[in-house]
Design a protein around this ligand. Sequence first.
Ligand code: ZN
Ligand code: MN
Length: 491
Amino acid sequence: MSKKELEKLGVMIGLEVHIQLTNLKTKLFCGCSSDYRGKPPNSLMCPVCLGLPGSLPSLNKKAVEYAIMTGLALNAKISHHTLFYRKNYYYPDMPKNFQISQYDKAGGIPISSGGEIVIEVKNKKKTHKKEITITRMQIEEDPGRLTYPGTIDTAAYTLVDYNRAGICLLEVVTEPVLSSPREARTFLQKLRSIMEHLGVDCSIEGAIRCDANISLMGGNRVEVKNISSFKDVERALSHEIWRQEQSIKFQHEIPQETRHWDEKRKMTISLRTKEEEHDYRYFPEPDLAPINITQEFIDQIKSNLPELPDERKIRLIKEYELPAYNAEVIVSSKKLADFYEECCKSYSNFKKVSDWVINSLLRRLNELNLDISEIKITSDDLIKLLNLIDEGTIHNKTAKYVLEKMIKTEKPPAIIIEEENLYRISDPKKIEKLVEKIFQEHPKAVQDALKHPKSVKFLVGQVMEISNHTADPRILNKIVEKRLQQLKKRI
Ligand code: ZN
Ligand code: MN
């Protein structure tokens, strides 16, 4: 859908992003290990995270520190006084029947309020800045993990794993100011990069999950839950916009409801009409004391904040003389930015490296839905590849192919070039032989080329093809021209 079409539909998207503080060793209110991935189900639990009678929660101080850090990074106002609330609901993912969370009404004060993230929005070929306003951020515990055999609406039973129950989450809520699925993805990317710069690894499965509120033409809000990967955010939102558009077209009412994003079938399905807030019976958590945060504590954390993506972008522009766009793309992932700066240590054409990182490496990774942390290419490998181009050993185009192979096979560039014999052919005799072969195979194209200079391209392309793109294009063009001239003389 184009930007114009989306504008016409009056799309308004607000996100609720749940970020796991994956750097914490224990859960939010107990000493259970937070390292739950790959562990046997229900092996990391204790009376506290199960909410057994008589057990009392105690707050993980590091969680509060990281929440303050995040709030500061989002330019938000940190609350000097904050407290926990119980959000009551009856659902098997929480053994206690309530979630310890925070609240912004009825006396509740979340850890921070306000703030913003600035993203770059592409409109046609121009990019401009857009400020995405954050409403609030709260600390809460993660529910357990439910697994539905088959699909959620047809499963005969549900499997429950409480290892995740009680893991520390930060919930970041935005104002409904995002106007396209692409913007939502860009926002999440930036948020993730900020978290990575703060030292929270968000690349592991399920570390960032999001719910989205979408409305069209000022109509009812529909909440889509269970979006667990970045690639799915765009898909889920696009699907939901399409679905609501159809309803409007046929003048069906869009009910306010909660829908579930079904990853397997790539569609949203209705779960339940949305709970009203009063259904949750929020009240202050009686087992946890309110928290007072002094200005000194906030200042101390502020003075220790690491470099954040926006600051890094400015530095990259200055230090490496990068165009603003390249710098923005590179800082959209901490690992990518680290990789880039590592490359620059041993290669002095900084702009060229950035183009390779963005246009070849990142593009390919996006196509394969891979994160840079999932591949084994080192900065050394990429620089070796660039050196091979500079030395004239391989073509630019061959290098792109080699990079793809490097991603796939994890072999260093020299080995791939050796194995597939991708060295550049600059021996005129060898190229002449290839030209000879193509001229014989395509007599009609040769006739065309004698009349229309444009048709010469086809012959050159064919030679390139059979040489595996290794023929030196300048020598090749000369030889083809020479042969055509000879043929013309004969006529
Ligand atoms: Zn526990
Ligand atoms: Mn939440």
